[in-house]
Design a protein around this ligand. Structure first.
Ligand code: PMP
Length: 325
């Protein structure tokens, strides 16, 4: 869908997948005005194709748009575009456990000029790709690496926006994590502070021995994860306390040593919940050993995936039918 400052959003078009024309002076190529979302469509047992909280993705895209000086898109237009794409070839959405259609809505500034200012022309696109299970052979606890040399975002920066530049900056620390045998990098508030922000592509939770969940508050640096928000609700439904506040690596380490912190997990659309086995740093390792994955991690995972795949009741109306059975 094309947007111009003069005429607003134009009529959506569905095109065969392929390269898109782009002027070498297109503003996105020079100043990085690009934002995106990640979401999934699932096939329920009755054949219906559903999405999980797509309006939350639309709202978050609009928050990112405001930060990156891109146009906001009406929530209904966002959801209609996703529906139209999925409807075109409903067979794209595989059936079966852990199968889904990954959807990537994104927006780029697309005006041809070289001055530094907000573009007056933009495009919103949605592409899709079938996705198999994140974990093959069962849920496996992961190791994560604390980046003490790079932060993901600075105060007042773009950390809360889902923009491509944030991910470009996370690639180097992510490869440092991989070099230390870890699957994800953990970022703190700044490279010299030990207040936890989030992982390269997921939010973080610690679980206390009494069942309380502790997760970094939305401090302006971290992404407002839809899985995070959903898990906070599901935990509260069960009567578990949830603390959204500053959390430090020091607190995590002391809690594990004292036995007051018993589980840790990461969450996001791709893996839903990833149990964390250990946090490695240059100086020490915080290790749950064979205690991971813990029982609260596993049962929250089961509940949320059950809602998404339609095998559990959806008490909050999070499932949005895209294509009827
Ligand atoms: N933080 C970052 C940096 C992410 O890329 C993601 C994935 N979108 C998340 C958190 C989790 O967000 P969500 O639950 O909405 O997928």
């Amino acid at each position: 869908i094309v947007w111009t400052k003069a005429d607003g959003w134009q009529t959506p078009e569905v095109l065969p997948y392929g390269p898109i024309p782009m002027d070498p002076a297109s503003s996105v190529l020079h100043y990085g005005q690009e934002i995106f979302e990640g979401m999934k469509a699932y096939r329920h047992a009755d054949g219906a194709l559903v999405a999980f909280r797509p309006e939350e993705n639309a709202r978050r895209l609009n928050e990112s748009a405001r930060r990156l000086s891109l146009p906001e898109i009406p929530v209904e237009l966002f959801v209609a575009a996703v529906r139209e794409l999925v409807e075109i070839d409903a067979d794209w959405v595989p059936s079966g456990a852990d199968q889904s259609l990954y959807l990537r809505p994104f927006m780029i500034a697309d005006e041809s000029f070289l001055g530094v200012r907000a573009a007056e022309r933009a495009r919103f696109l949605v592409i899709a790709s079938p996705a198999g299970p994140y974990f093959t052979g069962g849920v496996k606890p992961v190791s994560i690496w604390l980046s003490e040399t790079h932060s993901r975002a600075g105060r007042g920066g773009t950390g809360a926006a889902k923009c491509g530049g944030n991910y470009a900056a996370s690639l180097l620390p992510q490869s440092e994590a991989a070099a230390h045998g870890c699957q994800q990098v953990l970022f703190t508030d700044s490279a010299t502070d030990d207040t936890i922000d989030e992982l390269g592509g997921m939010n973080l939770f610690l679980v206390r021995a009494d069942g309380t969940l502790v997760t970094p508050r939305l401090n302006g640096n971290i992404l407002n994860g839809i899985t995070r928000k959903s898990l906070i609700q599901l935990a509260k439904d069960r009567g578990l306390a949830v603390e959204e506040r500053d959390v430090t690596v020091r607190e995590w380490r002391a809690g594990v040593e004292e036995g007051t912190i018993t589980e840790a997990f990461a969450c996001g659309t791709a893996a839903v919940i990833t149990p964390i086995r250990e946090l490695k740093t240059a100086d020490f390792t915080i290790d749950f050993g064979d205690a991971a994955p813990g029982p609260i991690t596993l049962s929250l995972r089961e509940e949320l995936t059950g809602i998404q795949f339609g095998t559990r009741e959806d008490p909050h109306g999070w499932i949005d039918v895209l294509v009827e059975a």
